[in-house]
Design a protein around this ligand. Structure first.
Ligand SMILES: [Zn+2]
Length: 196
């Protein structure tokens, strides 16, 4: 099914242009990781700007702070409340992630012996993760281990499929996405403006 009005994965959702200096810094990072400069073009992914204004939405038991852009935080809270009113619990598993942090994640996996091709099926290259924007959320629900495909079998996922669009959230990486990224039923991007 083709939804011509659905957001295209990789479309910069936010915040002004990506500067040349930012693009150059990302090229350097790709070089360090051994990722071809053509990565974005090859995957149909565009550079994602890094959020500069963030709000803490959740503090996890280990002290980790999960942050989102303020308007996304407001949309998230409204969605959580609406779901809760129908007996559905939505948990924020992750939000903003810096470019530097993304680089560290990939470096650690590579140091552990994974090939860069294998890593890039699961993780976006630094500069290309929607989490850099502070507009992407990974969503969990009690009784389902986080970040697993079986999230799609939960009532929370069913609720999101029917209702998330009303709050501006859209699934970024559906099954068989053209970006070579594994299916992520838990990963939703908040789009600026009226989805129409
Ligand atoms: Zn995600």
């Amino acid at each position: 099914m083709d939804h011509s009005d659905s957001p295209r994965p990789g479309t910069p959702p936010t915040d002004g242009p990506v500067t040349q200096a930012y693009a150059a810094s990302i090229r350097d990072r790709l070089g360090v990781l051994g990722i071809p400069e053509t990565y974005g073009v090859d995957r149909g992914l565009t550079l994602q700007p890094e959020a500069d204004v963030l709000e803490v939405v959740r503090v996890v038991a280990d002290g980790r702070r999960i942050e989102l852009q303020p308007d996304v935080a407001a949309a998230w809270r409204a969605m959580v409340a609406a779901a809760g009113a129908e007996g559905i619990t939505l948990l924020l598993i992750s939000g903003f992630r810096s470019v530097q942090r993304q680089q560290e994640i990939l470096e650690r996996k590579r140091a552990a012996g994974e090939t860069i091709e294998s890593i890039l099926r699961v993780n976006a290259a630094p500069g290309y993760s929607e989490h850099h924007t502070g507009r992407a959320v990974d969503i969990g629900t009690p009784g389902c281990p986080p970040l697993e495909e079986r999230f799609e079998e939960t009532s929370a996922y069913g609720w999101l499929s029917r209702n998330a669009g009303r709050f501006g959230f859209f699934l970024s990486y559906p099954r068989g996405n053209p970006n070579g990224i594994v299916y992520e039923p838990w990963h939703w991007l908040h789009r600026v403006g009226d989805p129409g």
